[in-house]
Design a protein around this ligand. Structure first.
Ligand SMILES: [Zn+2]
Length: 259
């Protein structure tokens, strides 16, 4: 039972994006359209994907060559911590070295070995696991095939101007031509433009519905308390209607108050 009139106190600070549960839309757009862009040099790149690296490896590996999956340390690392993680070798000047031989710490910028195997076709699973483990350290990732060293583009590092983006705001997230961050403050009409006609998800339906109800101008970061009574009532009605299931009857008592 919804009460007419004012927005309940506990919901006044709620933003539209949360009220309408729109975050899943950003996630699905990220999967379809997402890319990173370096604010320093404008270089853009796709999010890291082990599948894409393996795709490339299938061209580099033909036969039983030795494949080594590496990640680069961004800071000095205590060797006992690395050994506890099962990392025992690092790659330097074309060969592997034992981590336990370097003393207490391994220097920043060392290439850690995550896995090593011969040939690719029988080791696709290991390759994916090794790449994901390397990438999970939020480090740069490289794969050596015999003596051929190749680095792969990761999320946090610009391969063009060599800036690390892990602790800066240099890395912009793009959804097509839109900046992710800007979308968080954009009006619903901008969200509507990104909608795929085939998208029948609850969030997509709500955005379409809201635009049809004349709420296209509302920015998704608006708090409910800042809406006019009429806007707030329409949002309230929309969320009720969107939650209804087919065959269900909704009864509204004077829903037009304030409209
Ligand atoms: Zn750059």
């Amino acid at each position: 039972m919804a009460s007419a009139g004012e927005i309940p106190r506990r919901r006044r600070q709620t933003k539209l994006i949360d009220m309408l549960h729109l975050h899943p839309l950003l996630q699905s757009w990220w999967q379809q359209l997402g890319s990173f862009c370096c604010a320093n040099c404008n270089h853009s790149w796709q999010p890291f994907s082990s599948a894409a690296v393996i795709d490339d490896l299938s061209n580099r590996v033909n036969g039983n060559q030795v494949v080594m999956i590496l990640s680069r340390t961004s800071a000095e690392m205590p060797t006992d911590e690395l050994l506890m993680q099962g990392l025992t070798r690092y790659y330097l000047d074309g060969t592997l070295h034992r981590i336990e031989d370097v003393g207490d710490t391994l220097a920043a910028g060392s290439w850690l070995l995550h896995d090593r195997f011969k040939g690719l076709t029988n080791h696709l699973q290991r390759a994916a696991e090794g790449l994901n483990a390397a990438h999970s350290l939020e480090a740069r990732v490289a794969v050596v095939v015999e003596d051929d060293f190749a680095e792969y583009q990761v999320d946090d590092y610009c391969a063009e101007c060599h800036l690390s983006h892990d602790s800066s705001n240099l890395r912009l997230r793009l959804l097509g031509d839109n900046n992710w961050h800007d979308l968080l403050g954009a009006p619903l009409s901008e969200w509507g433009k990104l909608l795929d006609n085939q998208d029948k998800s609850a969030a997509a339906r709500l955005v379409r519905f809201a635009i049809e109800c004349g709420l296209h101008h509302l920015q998704v970061d608006r708090q409910l308390a800042t809406l006019s009574l009429g806007e707030a009532r329409r949002i309230e009605l929309l969320t009720w209607i969107s939650q209804s299931r087919s065959g269900q009857t909704l009864v509204f008592d004077e829903p037009g108050i304030g409209l």
